[in-house]
Design a protein around this ligand. Structure first.
Ligand code: NAD
Ligand code: ZN
Length: 229
């Protein structure tokens, strides 16, 4: 596979989904070994579950944090991180891009590594295997700052993502099935903005809107395409 010539591009966006973390071993949501096979969304991943039993929901998210901390970013994450001007828009909440060194990551679905208080608005980073505190200084429970089922996406985060994608001239989609909206509309936005669009996926989405589709795993393809950039 030939190295991709990046010299013509000024604004590069990597758009990533669950497949980006697959080779790191981060458990998937659905499918074989997916966490929703053993844990129900209604009990662990919606606001109502948190309101009913915050300790149970926090305990589950601590478990997820530990399983992610037992995984490491792979060479594909590092190749992206070595391109300091490239922006990352991700659907993942696992923080793998940041652990690999990416500075500018727009997290559409929030992060496992932030907690927020919906009572006083406090929002804090918390990176350990266990939460430093489960309650805010104001006394309310701290809630994982991620988009749960039934939550609205943060309009500010969405507009930052749309701005980055609307202004990019190279858009590289990696490891996303393109089925979860509204993120699924981003490849079309990039195309309409005139960007060159590339998809990297061992099972490509089948959409015809890409200029180039590379059938393969992120950890193998990214170093080959962009490794020497
Ligand atoms: P998805 O599960 O719908 O699709 C995953 C895609 O990754 C598939 O198209 C698959 O063919 C591809 N893939 C599998 N292995 C790959 C590899 N090694 N390299 C490249 N691609 C590979 O995931 P989605 O489109 O991201 O949507 C599901 C939702 O669940 C999203 O919100 C997603 O981010 C979220 N989620 C997040 C995490 C995480 O934070 N790590 C994990 C699971 C799901
Ligand atoms: Zn508070």
């Amino acid at each position: 596979m030939e190295t991709f010539d990046l010299s013509r591009y000024r604004n590069i966006v990597f758009f990533t989904g669950a497949g980006m973390s697959a080779e790191s071993g981060v458990p998937t949501y659905r499918g074989k070994g997916g966490i929703w096979g053993s844990y129900s969304i209604e009990e662990y991943a919606c606001q109502q579950a948190f309101d009913r039993n915050p300790e149970k929901v926090l305990g589950f998210h601590e478990k997820r944090r530990r399983s992610v901390l037992d995984c490491e970013p792979h060479e594909g994450h590092r190749v992206i991180a070595r391109m300091p001007d490239a922006r990352v828009v991700t659907q993942n909440i696992d923080g793998m891009h940041q652990r690999a060194g990416s500075q500018e990551v727009i997290e559409l679905h929030g992060s496992l590594w932030r907690l927020r208080c919906d009572n006083c608005g406090h929002n804090k980073e918390d990176l350990g295997r266990s939460y430093e505190a489960r309650r805010c200084a104001c006394g309310s429970w701290l809630r994982p700052d991620i988009i749960w089922f039934g939550d609205m996406l943060d309009p500010l985060v969405m507009s930052r993502a749309a701005e980055a994608i609307g202004n990019c001239d190279l858009f590289i989609s990696i490891g996303t099935s393109g089925t979860v909206w509204p993120a699924a509309g981003f490849p079309d936005l990039a195309r309409k903005s005139g960007a060159c669009c590339i998809e990297i996926n061992p099972e490509p989405s089948g959409a015809t809107r890409y200029d180039r589709v590379v059938e393969g795993a992120a950890g193998e393809v990214l170093p080959k395409l962009f490794g020497s950039c």
